[in-house]
Design a protein around this ligand. Structure first.
Ligand SMILES: [Zn+2]
Length: 272
């Protein structure tokens, strides 16, 4: 599932292509996309941004598209020229197409989703604010200081640290991959209870969350499973130190366990 760096990458790339452009027609082909979106045209894409692992499209009519890609949701953009010459490729993905957005300049944005866990919802401002208010702070925001992190953790002393890091109501944007990575980098066992963390460990964790996410964004995210951003794929998977690995960077054999139903790798030598 795309996490913060992957969704951030997709947002940046979509902005380059469709920000400020007019949508003249929308075809909704699957119930994972709210049907009434097709009745809104024409509208302009006023803004696109990320919150946690979701994408928000702000339209010029006061409405919002709230998009969660989940496992296999994917946007594909074709310029007018590509639409004219790339018919075969479109047919190939057609089986999983959930929506098509036609632009005034003849460009085309498609949303496809093989496993159909993703969605595109149509929200008004109130609905959007209600949804976003459920989410924890953004780890890359200035608001997310060490002081804030310490306070957040002090209210969740009995939680398992890995599970807590992945909880979007606690902190926005980390999933199974980056939670494992930051815990390795900070030298913390994934099963530790939050209340047992020392101040030094919390400091390390806070620092690595910010550094790792920033680095992953630079590399346009990690390409694992089916993730592909609009231009192709990121390469941060080459830099992951525990996810999908057998050994840690120091050569110790990693242990694999399940925490909350999710496969988790850790090093019993490097993580305490
Ligand atoms: Zn190790």
């Amino acid at each position: 599932m795309p996490e913060l760096p992957e969704v951030e990458t997709i947002v940046e790339q979509l902005k380059k292509r469709i920000l400020g452009k007019n949508v003249v027609k929308v075809e909704v082909l699957d119930s994972i996309v709210d049907k009434p979106i097709s009745k809104l045209t024409p509208f302009r894409i006023k803004n696109i941004y990320r919150r946690a692992k979701t994408l928000v499209f702000e339209l010029d009519n006061g409405r919002y598209l709230f998009v969660h890609l989940r496992m296999t949701g994917h946007f594909h953009y074709l310029t007018a020229q590509q639409v004219a010459s790339d018919k075969e490729k479109l047919v190939k993905v057609h089986r999983f197409l959930a929506a098509k957005f036609y632009f005034e300049d003849d460009g085309l944005l498609t949303y496809n989703d093989i496993r159909r866990f993703g969605f595109v919802k149509l929200f008004d401002k109130k609905q959007l604010e209600k949804e976003l208010a459920k989410l924890g702070p953004e780890p890359l925001s200035e608001e997310f200081t060490l002081k804030m992190f310490i306070e957040m953790l002090s209210k969740k002393k009995n939680s398992v640290i890995k599970t807590l890091l992945m909880d979007q109501h606690f902190l926005a944007g980390l999933g199974n991959i980056y939670a494992q990575e930051v815990l390795y980098l900070a030298g913390i066992m994934p099963l530790r209870r939050t209340g047992t963390l020392s101040l030094e460990e919390i400091k390390e964790l806070h620092r690595h969350i910010k550094e790792l996410l920033e680095l992953a964004i630079k590399h346009k995210g990690s390409t694992v499973d089916n993730y592909a951003h609009v231009d192709g794929s990121g390469n941060f998977q080459n830099y992951l130190v525990v996810y999908g690995r057998d050994k840690c960077p120091k050569g110790h054999v990693l242990k694999k366990i399940e925490i909350g139903g999710r496969g988790t790798s850790y090093c019993s030598e490097c993580q305490k």
